[in-house]
Design a protein around this ligand. Sequence first.
Ligand SMILES: C[S@@+](CC[C@H](N)C(=O)[O-])C[C@H]1O[C@@H](n2cnc3c(N)ncnc32)[C@H](O)[C@@H]1O
Length: 271
Amino acid sequence: MLSGSNTASGVAAMAAYYQRFDPAAYLQYNYTPPRADFERKDSIVPWKLACLHRAFNEGDVSGELLVDIGSGPTLYQVLSGCEVFSKVLLTDFLEVNREELKHWLQDDGGCNLDWTPYLQHVCKLEGRRYDQKAAKLRQVITDILPIDVHRPQPLAHDALPSAGADCLVSCFCLESVSPDLAAFTRALGHIGRLLRPGGHLLLIGALGESYYFGGPGVKIPVVPLTEAQVCDSLKESGYTLIRLEVYTLPQDMRVGVDDVTGVFFAKARKD
Ligand SMILES: C[S@@+](CC[C@H](N)C(=O)[O-])C[C@H]1O[C@@H](n2cnc3c(N)ncnc32)[C@H](O)[C@@H]1O
């Protein structure tokens, strides 16, 4: 295991990689076909949306406040949750990503991706009419806040009610901002402090990934995770695993923007 000072420099090095993150390119790489092909059942994005839809609608996830950890420039991860929770907080480390999300929230035409097919797809899963979905999402997103999962207190101290959030969702964040497995596990513990006991964590992430491109020439290192490591880290950080699902990337989803081999979805409860 790394010593304290090496870990601090590893975290600082990760922050430096993110200074060149390009939201428009990242959206293009990961949130357009083939990775977001709604005609294909084996495309990554429909798989993620189906996992989230199921997890939010099993009856055990409830409360008022949902917090998305490391939202990036994306919204797909809260499209099901926005029907269950009356308040949704989005968070990201980078101002460029928070700005991208604000463009959508303010509907000012400045977005780098049209989320309409995503909203339509989730409405289909929910058996709901599409016309109110965007308005509903804009109504429940109450803020877009800065976050650093490497701090024991990742959000500003007054950002959440003292009881904590009722549910956290986090997608492709912790493994792609941590210098090593120990930092990943610590970050899981840090975000757990934002969650009330008994609250749920819905965690999606990359398996076997050692890097991804956050923009042209912006190669960001990732902690390559196995399913067993995800389960161990959750346990070590004070969560009880409810379910782990795994998706294996078909060959034609390996489009040269990362070396990910699979995706995990974990539903867990804070002890
Ligand atoms: C791979 S992106 C994931 C974005 C989005 N959640 C998704 O599903 O595509 C990783 C995100 O983590 C954010 N990030 C970087 N350093 C972070 C930190 N220390 N704490 C929290 N988020 C961080 C980045 O700005 C980026 O938006």
